[in-house]
Design a binder for this molecule. Structure first.
Ligand code: MSP
Length: 529
């Protein structure tokens, strides 16, 4: 069984999750489910980034006094949101946990032993909104372009620096010679930054000026810079510094899913940190002594809401739970993952969600299943027609429906699309096929055919029922509940099928002729929003 370790960013707890955070997490969930269906040993990680000044500011606004209480309450709110959205997490890490702090300390010491940490006097701009240092040329009218409503801080203090600039060449090699950054269009941005702007960075702040942060080992007057600590969650969660065997099993990560806003941290700082620590820490080296870097960072785009940036001041942040309550969890997932090509920017609109709900889900998917089951019940004695599945592989008549071979090709292409994080492509392929299946029904009219050639009509219906079963499996990573309900309506022994897994289930003829079909239930009832 091969392992598959995937992560989302760990989110700040200065607010509760909005639909943008849910987007990354739902996408990760779909890929986690896909790999589980394929039989992989999946480790799906998310969590909360707690050692940030932003969280302290939010606590003060909320009128809370104790940081610990505030952080625990908010981390609980995030966990509850993911539970409500049925996110199939394997782990949720909080960066205030001791398993994390222990790993961070070990890592810091390794980087220090590599000679890449130096103490310097430092003066710089700092934007707490970004939790990042800024140079003059980053600012517009003296403000951070991403947080124009907030004051930018001038810092003048002694800090520890990480010698990031030493890693220019190895980073360029990583970017140019591997698939580390996906999709490839995102490479240029990081490459330009690494080639032209990579500078050593401050990785600590004076403790007296901060209310949160992990102390620098052996120097309690300094606290570790929040990004240096946060990135390490990906290792500490799987046991770095606390559980060697688990770490060896899961590290390196197979993929970090991140939004385009945090690409430089993940694609430059993070691999450089690992390259540095790996010089000293054998846990971070492969058999040949090379650093164990994450295999890939997949960068997705940002979406707006009805054309506008999601922002607190506009008050347009949508609660994913509220949309899921109105349309259903699976339709929301379908919409977000289908509508926005994964990797590109997009827009969320309730009107568009409503359209897709009616057209794609109700009229195309729901209708096909409903008709095919209803006709089988009516014309084939309430059951999966009693025909030899082998005789049903091809379309009857002149249809363009591609039959069993077409489903095989579809399944291979869909598998490839999910495997390269393109759920949008997987869904588009499935829907093209659903459209063909609906056309096939219209064309051959099994309800008429049954009067002249009952066996031919039964073959058609068997083929279509079988197609619905394949579609259910292919949809399952994105729409797990819908898939289960489809399989139930098709009279499939779900536990048995699940035990077989995706690969074996995607095989022609597994629907057993003569199996009683329960009365079909509408999958996507009309919504009055
Ligand atoms: N705490 C850091 C990440 C540390 S990871 C080691 C952080 N947190 S955050 O709470 O600001 O979350 C940012 C992430 O939320 C983005 O990278 C993206 O995954 C997601 N999104 C937030 N708004 C979004 C959109 N409008 N559209 C798409 N994704 C969005 O940064």
């Amino acid at each position: 069984m091969s392992k598959f370790f995937l992560t989302t960013p760990i989110y700040y707890v200065n607010d509760k999750p909005h639909i943008g955070h849910a987007y990354t997490t739902m996408a990760a969930d779909a890929f986690a489910r896909f790999h589980r269906l394929r039989g992989d040993d999946v480790y799906f990680l998310t969590g909360t980034d707690e050692n940030s000044q932003k969280n302290v500011e939010a606590m003060q606004k909320a009128g809370d006094r104790r940081l610990e209480t505030y952080l625990a309450r908010m981390a609980g709110a995030w966990q509850a949101s993911w539970k409500n959205l049925d996110i199939s997490l394997d782990d949720f890490i909080r960066t205030t946990e001791s398993r994390h702090i222990q790993g961070v300390e070990r890592f810091w010491r390794a980087v220090e032993q590599s000679g890449d940490i130096v103490l310097r006097d430092y003066e710089s701009w700092y934007c707490t909104g970004c939790e990042a240092f800024k140079v003059e040329s980053d600012l517009i009218n003296g403000r951070c372009p991403f947080h124009p409503n907030r004051e930018i801080d001038r810092l003048q203090e002694k800090n520890y620096f990480f010698a990031l600039s030493r890693y220019r060449e190895p980073l360029l090699a990583l970017i140019d010679q591997t698939d580390f950054i996906q999709p490839p269009e995102r490479r240029t941005e990081v490459r330009n930054y690494v080639a032209d702007h990579l500078a050593d960075i401050s990785i600590s702040r004076e403790a007296k000026k901060l209310a949160v942060g992990i102390s620098v080992p052996d120097d309690p007057t300094q606290r570790i810079y929040v990004w240096f600590d946060a990135l390490l969650n990906y290792m500490t969660a799987v046991g770095y510094g606390t559980d060697e065997a688990r770490f060896a099993r899961y590290w390196p990560a197979d993929v970090h899913l991140v939004g385009k806003d945090i690409i430089k941290f993940h694609c430059a700082l993070w691999p450089a940190m690992i390259m540095s620590a790996a010089k000293q820490d054998r846990l971070l080296q492969d058999k040949g002594g090379l650093p164990l870097l994450p295999k890939q960072v997949f960068v997705h785009g940002f979406f707006t809401i009805d054309g506008q940036k999601i922002s607190k001041s506009l008050g347009n942040a949508i609660d994913p739970k509220e949309v899921a309550d109105a349309y259903g969890l699976d339709p929301l997932r379908y919409y977000l993952l289908r509508e926005i090509p994964f990797g590109e920017d997009g827009d969320f609109s309730r009107a568009r969600l409503g359209e897709r709900y009616t057209a794609d889900l109700g009229n195309t998917l729901g209708n096909l299943l409903n008709r095919v089951i209803a006709m089988s019940r009516k014309y084939a004695d309430g059951a999966v027609p009693k025909v030899d599945p082998e005789t049903c592989r091809q379309a009857e008549g002149t249809s363009q429906w591609p039959g069993a071979d077409g489903l095989r090709t579809l399944a291979d292409r869909v598998t490839k699309a999910y495997g390269s994080y393109r759920a949008d492509q997987a869904l588009a392929l499935i829907w093209d096929h659903l459209v063909l299946a609906n056309k096939y029904v219209q064309e051959v009219e099994p309800f008429k055919l049954v009067k002249t050639d009952k066996l031919a009509a039964w073959r058609v219906l068997y083929g279509l029922l079988e197609a619905c079963r394949w579609h259910a499996w292919l949809l399952a990573p994105v729409m797990p509940h819908v898939a289960d309900e489809m399989l139930r309506q098709l009279g499939v022994d779900q536990a048995g099928e699940r035990a077989n897994g995706w690969t074996q289930s995607l095989d022609w003829g597994r629907l057993v002729p003569g199996t009683p079909l329960p009365e079909p239930r509408v999958l996507f009832p009309r919504i009055h929003d």
